[in-house]
Design a protein around this ligand. Structure first.
Ligand code: KIV
Length: 296
């Protein structure tokens, strides 16, 4: 008999998320980039798993997300989909994959579902991506929007800075959110914006908002897993809560291993395979008559 509750086994869909907003039940979302992490995020009962293009920074060591390619995304999407089929899986469309032409946009969005086995795609931007959103949604692919601090525009924004802090910028952000909703987005990530602005956007939209650095009054929350686990410690945005210190723990474990091998403490007898005494004796006996080259 399975010990997993029936609710955790049911596939999370865009309808589940909308219903959660209507019931004022918080939506939970985390990123994952590989199979074991996807399994753990799934087992924890998280609603949505995002294969974010943050993988460029926290997994591949790029300085920003701009270098991430469709091939990078597909590789990691496939691994995650094998570990978490019941969650709602969202794949990020990488930089420039939805800006050049409608046909390229559709092909790339389609590949994330067909080859990456995602349920939906996410793209960054407001009114300037509305046509792309409409085209992808018309092709039957759910689209999650992303407003506020949009990392693919870090060069235009002049760095990793909170957005929507003036009345004018906040109004523009609200307008962009409404444009995305009208274009067919089923949810929007709000990143690094004042909590009161995020609350206002959340109230005005029918679709769920998912905040990261956008305060407590969004319909859901998302964190980058490597940040919240303390696995990526090059820098941590101030809005991240660290739930573990895995980088420090990992470094300690590697140091202990190096020390054990150096001091001949590892491997110990329990880590070795045995050969029966008579087999070993027979081996030694057989070697007496032959000249087996040493080190062969
Ligand atoms: O790429 C990503 O991980 C994201 C989150 C910060 C929402 O877009």
């Amino acid at each position: 008999m399975s010990t997993t509750p029936a609710t955790a086994r049911k596939k999370v869909t865009v309808h589940t998320l909308r219903a959660k907003k209507e019931r004022s039940e918080p939506i939970t979302m985390l990123t994952a980039y590989d199979y074991p992490t996807a399994l753990a995020v799934d087992r924890a009962g998280t609603d949505v798993i995002l294969v974010g293009d943050t993988l460029g920074m926290v997994v591949l060591g790029y300085r920003d997300t701009l270098a991430v390619t469709m091939d990078d995304m597909l590789h990691h999407c496939r691994a995650v989909s094998r570990g978490a089929e019941r969650r709602h899986l969202v794949g990020d469309m990488p930089f420039m994959s939805y800006r050049v032409s409608k046909s390229e946009t559709l092909r790339n969005a389609g590949r994330l579902l067909q080859e990456g086995r995602m349920d939906a795609v996410k793209l960054e931007g407001g009114r300037e991506v509305a046509t792309a959103v409409e085209a992808i949604v018309a092709a039957g692919i759910p689209v999650m929007g992303h407003l506020g601090l949009t990392p693919q525009s870090v060069n235009r924004l002049g760095g990793w800075k909170a957005q929507g802090k003036s009345a004018e910028a906040a109004r523009r952000l609200l307008e962009d959110a409404l444009v995305l909703e009208n274009a067919g987005c089923y949810a929007i990530v709000l990143e690094a914006i004042p909590d009161r602005v995020a609350a206002l956007v959340t109230e005005r939209l029918k679709i769920p908002t998912i905040g990261t650095g956008a305060g407590a009054r969004c319909d859901g929350q998302v964190l980058v897993t490597h940040d919240m686990l303390g696995l990526f410690d090059d820098f941590t945005p101030r809005f991240v809560k660290r739930y573990a210190e895995l980088h420090a723990q990992m470094t300690r474990a590697f140091r202990d291993y190096v020390a054990d091998v150096t001091a001949h403490r590892f491997p110990a007898a329990e880590h070795a395979y045995a050969i029966k005494e008579e087999e070993f004796e027979a081996l030694l006996e057989s070697l007496k008559d032959e000249s087996v080259p040493s080190g062969a």
